[in-house]
Design a protein around this ligand. Structure first.
Ligand code: 5GP
Length: 114
């Protein structure tokens, strides 16, 4: 079972977060347990539980999240090499049941990922 959707509480300002970007569709904030010098989470305001739950109606939203990720990577100085990760469901390590992009950079990334 995935845990409670704490990201909704960040969206609703019931839980503090270091928010670095927001607009009418999404928010970006620093991960509380960073796995790289830069580790930002980009989340849609819309409640989408997992990547597997996206639908045709989310096409523009998903493109928007990617554009925000690329813009933030430039702003954060990691556009010489960064990684975007979406963990989908428990088997891939998803712990928060709200779609999110991990934007990681600032160090050399290994491959294959764990
Ligand atoms: P997942 O494991 O679902 O792919 O990623 C969830 C991410 O959310 C983890 O990297 C975790 O460190 C981060 N996280 C969990 N709780 C909080 C919180 O309360 N605030 C912030 N900023 N990040 C959190």
């Amino acid at each position: 079972m995935l845990a409670e959707n704490i990201f909704l509480k960040i969206i609703n300002r019931q839980l503090p977060a270091k928010i670095i970007y927001e607009d009418d569709l999404c928010l970006a904030f620093h991960d509380i347990n960073p796995q790289a010098p830069v580790h930002v989470l980009i989340i849609p305001r819309k409640e989408i539980r997992t990547h597997s739950d996206i639908t045709e109606e989310d096409k523009l939203l998903l493109g928007h999240l990617h554009l925000v990720a690329a813009k933030l990577a430039r702003q954060l100085g990691i556009d010489n090499g960064y990684r975007i990760i979406i963990n989908c469901k428990e088997g891939a390590g998803q712990t928060v049941p709200h779609l999110h992009f991990h934007l990681l950079g600032g160090r050399i990334m290994g491959w294959p990922p764990g």
